[in-house]
Write a protein that binds this ligand. Structure first.
Ligand code: AMP
Length: 416
């Protein structure tokens, strides 16, 4: 199948050719015809599958066909984070570069001035985060009355981040007659509930991503004491000469601390998380992409939506509490058909989190010991003394030195 089989406008086909996309991805094959046929769509797909083009191309196509000379805001894309908003904005600009359509962006954490003047000048498509969108509507700078397509991108993350109320408010400003598209990495109960109130006779598109991520990314798990993780992280990056590594922590504090310590180890690192100003986040991301820093230390929320072309290495310094976040994390690498490696550092107190990931992905992730970094079975490190969950029953036998439950070093990758 080729992009021309969707009967897209030549301006869009030219932009696709410039992006060097040979053929549509699965989500694009399934969603583009449905969106062009004006159906409401509920799609399960993650970042990395080509989902942005799956909604951006048909939205642009519909606008090109409809173009009446009168400029009005016709399409709205809501995203949970500023980073994702920027990325979606860039995609729309790329795909729409040969059209006369204007794309706008609005997100919080920066002055409204530029965004307001851009809106005044006129935009056809607006990419926005919920809070800033409401501010602009309430201050009279924006009307959603002419919207005919609205996209809820990463809807699951929007709900996770507590945007339900904002979404309900925004819906009051939208016309009743419109096409609604909901993209989400999961179809959890909350998403089904949301879909019932916002979608009309939706077509369902499901891309089975979870096992795809596991297939495309080589996954290695090292068992290591919690208090030696930093040393091991710097060692891996240094000894293997990895130049661009995304490192995940669970908390902002850990991200900040780790970035400082790794820089002292000689691995230039910066942290990116929700407490950093927009400017600082953008600077860190830019320096990372430019290769000025080697490691970007990120929390799950901050990293959501980050698209770094050619990123080959992800380190899970701490496993996430939510197993689905693991899929998002490792999905930062091996994008659009490239190969990738995800290394997870697991201390004794985190084994239950690994079990949850194995259950979700329906795979077995064997733990390895890296020579020189084997867990010390005679002591329980400070972090391991506090089991984070009572499910962690295996830990007891492990840290008490019960040899029957010891993990053995493996020479081969744990990939299955
Ligand atoms: P997304 O899931 O929208 O974040 O896209 C992930 C990456 O895949 C981006 O770098 C896109 O530029 C790229 N991409 C999107 N569609 C295609 C395609 N059909 N062929 C190759 N790469 C694509």
């Amino acid at each position: 199948m080729t992009f021309s089989s969707f009967s897209l406008d030549t301006t869009l086909l030219k932009a696709i050719a410039e992006s060097a996309y040979d053929e549509p991805t699965e989500i694009q094959k399934q969603s583009i015809p449905l969106i062009l046929a004006k159906h409401d769509v509920m799609a399960r797909a993650q970042t990395g599958t080509g989902k942005t083009a799956a909604f951006a191309l048909p939205i642009l196509q519909k606008l090109i066909v409809k173009q009446s000379g009168k400029q009005e805001l016709s399409a709205l894309v809501l995203t949970p984070t500023r980073e994702l908003a920027q990325q979606v904005y860039k995609s729309f600009c790329d795909y729409g570069q040969f059209t006369n359509l204007n794309i706008g962006i609005a997100y919080g954490g920066v002055s409204t001035k530029k965004q307001i003047s851009e809106l005044k000048a006129g935009v056809d498509v607006l990419i926005a985060t919920p809070g800033r969108l409401l501010d602009l509507i309430r201050s009279g700078h924006l009307s959603l009355e002419q919207i005919n397509t609205v996209v809820f991108d990463e809807a699951d993350r929007m709900l996770d981040m507590g945007f339900k109320e904002e979404i309900d408010q925004i819906r009051k400003y939208l016309p009743i007659d419109k096409q609604t598209l909901l993209f989400s990495a999961t179809f959890a109960d909350e998403i089904y509930n949301m879909s019932k109130s916002i979608l009309v006779n939706p077509k369902i598109v499901e891309i089975d991503e979870k096992n795809k991520a596991a297939d495309d990314v080589e996954q290695i798990v090292y068992a290591v004491d919690a208090d030696r993780k930093r040393e091991l992280t710097s060692y891996l990056i240094g000894s293997k000469n990895w130049q661009q590594v995304l490192v995940f922590t669970r908390t902002k504090q850990c991200a900040d601390h780790l970035a400082k310590e790794m820089t002292k180890d000689g691995v230039k690192s910066l942290a990116i998380h929700g407490d950093k100003s927009q400017g600082a986040r953008e600077k860190a991301l830019h320096e990372f992409k430019e290769g000025k820093i080697r490691a970007l230390i990120a929390t799950d929320v901050a990293a959501r939506g980050i698209d770094i072309k050619g990123l080959n290495h992800v380190i899970n310094y701490e496993l996430p509490y939510n197993a689905e976040d693991y899929v998002h994390r490792i999905g930062r690498t091996a994008r659009a058909g490239n190969s990738g490696l995800a290394v997870s550092l697991v201390s004794a107190g985190e084994e239950w989190l690994l079990t949850a990931i194995e259950e979700l992905l329906e795979i077995s992730l064997l733990q390895q010991w890296l020579p020189g970094y084997e867990p010390d079975l005679t002591k329980t490190s400070q972090a391991d003394k506090k089991p984070i969950n009572k499910k962690n029953a295996r830990k007891k036998a492990f840290s008490s030195g019960d040899k029957s439950n010891q993990r053995r070093p493996r020479s081969k990758s744990s990939r299955r």
